[in-house]
Ligand binder design. Structure first.
Ligand code: SF4
Length: 886
């Protein structure tokens, strides 16, 4: 039976593939994306492929439509708001006839409002008076000083757990840390990374003084210098580069960031540059989902597990979800943003049903009511299949859809073009399970979705996010207790991690438009202020980037795909300065100056994320000469702020010469938190500030700037049919596109590389490439592991613990085999972020960063919108390493 089904599936895939290839030949033509040419749109594979040239961004006519299995054209009923659509307008909701509707594509995103990252949907609410931290922020216990703080910091972790730091009364040195049992967020729980923190704080390899290179780049030779010399060198070099080549020739790079992302953007602006970003292809980490939500939902939504209230499960307004879908993530291990995984298990104990959408059999998948074990990269098809079931069986929320959404008929039409047999063949999920999951989700009230990076890490992450978001929307689970709820700028404090402070204030308009990708990828300028990484790599390879500022990012060991390209490119700039806690392959390979930064336990900062505001309050003395990242930035900026000639030369806007007009870092934080009515020190004393969460804000006029009911989108409604996507020349509806490399898209490669590779699953030991030098954590995960199904391993003569090569047409690396039924027989799951701090750090070894670096097998290839990249769905083969290769 299994053979018969496999045969049928293979036949379907081959047929599908040959039809697709045939159609590809028939339909290939240059895509003239500029308005008014209609975009080619189809349910299957509304796919655009870049030409071989790596410089394919400058003109959209290099995007070539390939393969249209079933062609779909949107019904065009005239301009937005025309009569044909009027009939479907929600009752009682006025259109937001805002400026966006009037603009053409290239004008959108030119205002500060459009360009600001709108995490903060909804109006500022008052402090919830029902809770205040019961203890002072600092007190003595057993002869130690205890300081309450939060870990939401780079380097470190982006979760933001409440932590108590114990320090020596005399010296201020760190002694230990514990979870804060009174913090509503983590309620005293800590994971191994915080529990092992003492080994970070006092690690002998910490960078404790500023240093400059004493040999060739990569020689591993460094010489201690003073802070004055370090900052003065940075000032002179970045000034020279900015004045000689233009500010945009300086790129400012960061890692996951969080509390310091605004600093990196602002530092770029101080240098006169608009270019701030991370190394990741397609910015494929949350941004595909975020940008989609900002453009079509007017804000960002997250599953409500009571975290909006300090009273948590005891809040009488909160309702436990009846069903949750954990989609493409493993939250009990990864603890994604503003979401602790064990909240899902708490809800399960309260009766919440669980649907797991996950290629692996994780702990949650094993305990789910329904596990949809899909083929990696086929999430959009699965979501559309579930939408189809819900609509066909009339399980959707008519009232909500009628009153508050736009483009439902078009969405329904698109979903109906699919047959569930097609979905099953595409996703490998039996259609009976798809039907059961759709029914369970649609008939549970409330229900929500905990989604993860599997959505972003496929080239069409944006339409995938649109399809999944439509599931919770058509079922009426929007902004209701236990459903999907809007996060907000806590207490009106601008989300300081996402460039809200910067870009539009400190550089002139001409320079703003030189942000890399500004013209080519309009979504990068709607709600976002960062540069487009894939294009930045090309600029660097072409020698256009002359100066680089790296703030706590180990790019070549972690985020960068086609690692060798980034490694070679980073050799080209004339000057590179880095700020970090430890030496890394990235710093060793290319930096000229390195400066020591404080850990989260040593520095002050602010956590202004999602729905609560809290202070990060340095609880112990800094080791060596380390300074906080904010202070390093502030002190360097003073040189530029006092340089009239520089500011004049770069055309600094009137009144903006003082890019960092604060005398101390506490003054910086006073200003950041000022909209809340607190000073930074009052915030420290208060503890996390929660606002009273207001559900169904869209009914109360709390979502839109004009105070009318509805949402802050161009139509004032949730847009299944995105008017902004349409303006930008993208398909306005969710659509399916196969991963760029895979069994369907590249059958020839599939023959040679018959395994689908997933990467990036988290461990509790490490945060991305961090922590490899921490003994306790390394003991938990001593080597890079690749998960292989035991039957697959047997066929390949691989045993548990063998070192194996993982290889594809782009490159190879080696990891140790872990045989487990957790992965599908046709898939493997490899770890990311590996390097070996115990090895030689000089060239050519560079801490062995190539040895197990899985990103060597992945491409820098963004999706159509510039967001998303196929990082969790590519092909490979696996074979044992020979003795002599180890
Ligand atoms: S390392 Fe673990 S305990 Fe610490 S903030 Fe992150 S998730 Fe919380």
């Amino acid at each position: 039976m299994i053979e018969v089904m496999a045969c049928l599936l293979t036949s379907f895939l081959l047929l599908y593939s040959s039809v697709r290839n045939y159609v590809r030949q028939e339909t290939s033509s240059s895509y003239q994306g500029a308005s008014p040419t209609p975009f080619p749109s189809s349910l299957f594979s509304a796919s655009y492929q870049r030409t071989d040239s790596q410089s394919a961004y400058s003109s959209r006519d290099r995007l070539i439509p390939i393969a249209c299995f079933t062609r779909w054209q949107p019904q065009r009923g005239g301009p937005i708001g025309a009569d044909t659509r009027q009939a479907r307008r929600p009752r009682g909701v006025a259109m937001v006839e805002n400026a966006v509707a009037e603009k053409d594509r290239d004008e959108i995103g030119t205002s500060k409002e459009e360009n600001q990252f709108n995490f903060g949907a909804g109006k500022r609410q008052e402090v919830d008076p029902r809770w205040k931290h019961p203890k002072p922020f600092q007190y003595e216990e057993d002869g130690m000083v205890v300081t309450r703080t939060s870990v939401w910091s780079a380097p470190g972790c982006h979760e933001g757990c409440g932590v108590l730091v114990y320090s020596d009364k005399e010296t201020g040195k760190f002694i230990k840390c514990e979870g804060d049992p009174d913090d509503p967020y983590n309620r005293g729980a800590l994971c191994p990374r915080c529990l092992a923190f003492k080994q970070v704080e006092f690690h002998p390899d910490r960078i404790l003084h500023p240093m400059k290179r004493a040999g060739e780049r990569g020689s591993g030779q460094w010489e201690r210098i003073t802070w004055d010399e370090a900052l003065e060198t940075c000032y002179k070099e970045f000034r020279r580069i900015s004045m000689t080549y233009g500010g945009d020739s300086i790129h400012c790079l960061r890692g996951t960031a969080r509390d310091n992302q605004w600093q990196v953007g602002r530092m770029a602006n101080t240098f006169g540059s608009p270019n701030e970003y991370g190394f990741l292809s397609g910015t494929a980490c949350y941004l595909p989902r975020l940008s989609l939500m900002i453009m079509t939902y007017g804000g960002m939504l997250i599953a409500d597990f009571s975290q909006f209230s300090a009273l948590r499960y005891d809040d009488p307004e909160w309702v436990c979800p009846e069903c949750t879908i954990v989609w493409g993530c493993n939250p009990t291990i990864s603890n994604p943003d503003f979401f602790m995984g064990h909240w899902v298990t708490d809800a399960m104990k309260l009766g919440c049903k669980l649907i797991s959408v996950e290629p692996r059999v994780t702990w949650l998948a094993a305990h789910a009511d329904i596990h949809l074990q899909l083929r990696p990269g086929t999430d959009t098809g699965l979501a559309l299949g579930m939408i189809k079931v819900i609509i066909d069986e009339d399980l959707y929320d008519h009232d909500f859809v009628e009153r508050w959404t736009y483009g439902f008929d078009e969405l329904a039409e698109r979903a109906r073009e699919l047959s569930l047999d097609q979905v099953e063949a595409m996703t490998w999920v039996p259609k009976e399970k798809i039907i059961a999951a759709a029914r369970l989700f649609a008939t549970s009230k409330p229900a929500n979705v905990v989604w993860g990076l599997a959505v972003d890490m496929q080239s069409q992450g944006t339409p995938c996010a649109a399809a999944i978001a439509a599931l919770w929307t058509i079922t009426g689970n929007l902004d209701v207790p236990g459903g999907m709820c809007y996060t907000a700028s806590p207490m009106g404090v601008d989300q300081p991690s996402a460039g809200a402070w910067g870009i539009y204030d400190l550089i002139n308009e001409e320079m703003q438009k030189k942000r890399v990708g500004w013209k080519e990828f309009p979504m990068y300028r709607y709600g976002l202020t960062q540069a487009m990484p894939d294009m930045c790599l090309e600029y660097m390879e072409e020698g256009k980037v002359k100066g680089v500022w790296i703030q706590t990012s180990n790019g070549i060991a972690c985020m960068s795909c086609e690692t060798e390209r980034w490694y070679q490119a980073m050799k080209k700039p004339e000057f590179i300065a880095a700020v970090d806690i430890f030496m890394t392959p990235t710093i060793q390979s290319c930096a000229d100056i390195v400066m020591p930064v404080q850990t989260w336990a040593e520095k002050h900062s602010v956590r202004a994320h999602y729905y609560f505001l809290s202070a990060i309050t340095g609880g112990c003395a800094a080791e060596g000469e380390a300074k906080s990242d904010c202070e390093i930035n502030r002190e360097l900026a003073q040189y530029f702020d006092n340089d009239d000639e520089f500011n004049q030369a770069i055309g600094r806007p009137e009144g903006k010469q003082h890019t960092w007009p604060w005398a101390t870092e506490d003054e910086v934080y006073d200003e950041i938190v000022s909209p809340s009515g607190f000073t930074f020190h009052e915030l420290m004393e208060h503890g996390p500030v929660y606002q009273k969460y207001v559900y169904k804000k869209y009914e109360k006029g709390l979502m839109r700037p004009d105070g009318q009911p509805g949402f802050n989108t161009p139509t004032g409604r949730i847009e299944f049919y995105s008017t902004l996507f349409e303006k930008f020349g993208y398909d306005p509806l969710p659509y399916i596109e196969e991963p760029g490399i895979g069994p369907v898209t590249t059958p020839d490669l599939y023959e040679e590389y018959p395994l689908i590779m997933i990467t990036g699953a988290r461990t509790t030991s490490f945060f991305h490439s961090e922590h490899r030098q921490i003994p306790y954590l390394r003991q938990l995960t001593p080597d890079p592991w690749v998960q292989i199904h035991p039957r697959t391993a047997k066929d390949l003569n691989i045993s548990e613990g063998d070192w194996v090569w993982i290889e594809n047409h782009r490159g190879r690396c080696r990891q140790r085999a872990r045989l487990t039924f957790e992965v599908h027989e046709k898939e493997i799951a490899a770890q990311h972020g590996w390097w070996f701090p115990e090895q030689d750090g000089a060239e050519p070894n560079l801490y062995g960063f190539r040895q197990s670096n899985i990103n060597q097998l992945l491409a820098n290839k963004p999706g159509t919108t510039g967001f998303g990249a196929d990082l969790k769905c590519t092909l490979c083969k696996v074979y044992r390493c020979k003795e002599e290769e180890l």
